[in-house]
Design a binder for this molecule. Sequence first.
Ligand SMILES: [Ca+2]
Ligand SMILES: [Ca+2]
Length: 378
Amino acid sequence: MKTKTYWIFAILTISIITLAFGYTTFKSPKEKLAAVDCAETPNTTAESDFKPTIANKTPAPSKAPKGMVWIPGGEFSMGSNVEDESLCSIKGVTKDAAPIHRVYVDGYFMDKTEVTNEEYAKFVKATGYVTVAEQKPTKEEFPTAAEEDLITGSVIFTPTPAAVNLNNFLQWWSYVGGADWKHPEGPQSNIKGKEKYPVVHITYEDAAAYAKWAGKRLPTEAEWEFAARGGKTGNLYAWGNTLKPNGKFQANIYQGHFPIKDGDTGEDGFKGIAPTAQFEPNTYGLYDIGGNVWEWVNDWYSVDYYQTLAGDGKITKNPQGPKAYNDPSDPTEKKRIHRGGSFLCTDQYCTRYMVGTRGKGEIRSAANHLGFRCVKSI
Ligand SMILES: [Ca+2]
Ligand SMILES: [Ca+2]
């Protein structure tokens, strides 16, 4: 695939794709499904290292700002002991979420939902902010690019006409000129009637700029996970330990044959992205913590950060992430953490809607499954 935009596409998408589908050794979907052993529950390490969550008893210091809820903070066990990426025993990809380690976070307010188009539009109207996807890429940033390839745009999931070999993500992601938060499916699309949908095609700096304007900030990874766990201990999902309690999906994820056209069956009620707050919230009142769109958090990504924290055996208080990014699989890309998975994650493939697992993305990259929510310190 050496199209005109191949270069920019590859540069901008590689980190997004590795977070969403972080393995490259699959054969065809059919072979994959035949070769793996799918289960109702994932394999976990024999002994759980989760210790009880001790949420602070501190009541909210004031009325929660509009659209936010109080998260009391406290001490909890962070990370995942899921050994494989999915319910189909894909090996090893969630290892950066191990080991489980003890963390304490102070209380804070958190947005109930992913930031919506309506909310982002208010910010843009007030400030004139221009997102990265709307800025023409520069020669400085992409020195080897031809001038005609330097076009505004972003990355969009593009289903394949038929089943494909899953070892090449370029087949189902496209860099689309003119795609941005106001044109989430490309230049012909718009967000009319999608006011309550999460804003997408948001890079880290786009999210941070909004947060600053709103008098908020992006959560740390520890704050995000403490809130996501809702005061519970060691659950697999934000809603419990079963993917579909009573046969009912609890989040907007992907069912069906990935990544083919019309493959998304929408068994959970939604094919593709959904408006925010269509599923039950977790016990802290947070919607779409699992699925719908990935959410930026503030921490740099470092593959061994959890090992470092666990290594000193102490309770880490208000961790802010590693001092520098470190992804040996992609060492030149500056990546921060994404959390929660998206409408493209499936129980057979990318299961990062499991609450302790992690994603990562290059800080100036975006896609149509990537958004954010904010927190506010007291
Ligand atoms: Ca869905
Ligand atoms: Ca989400």
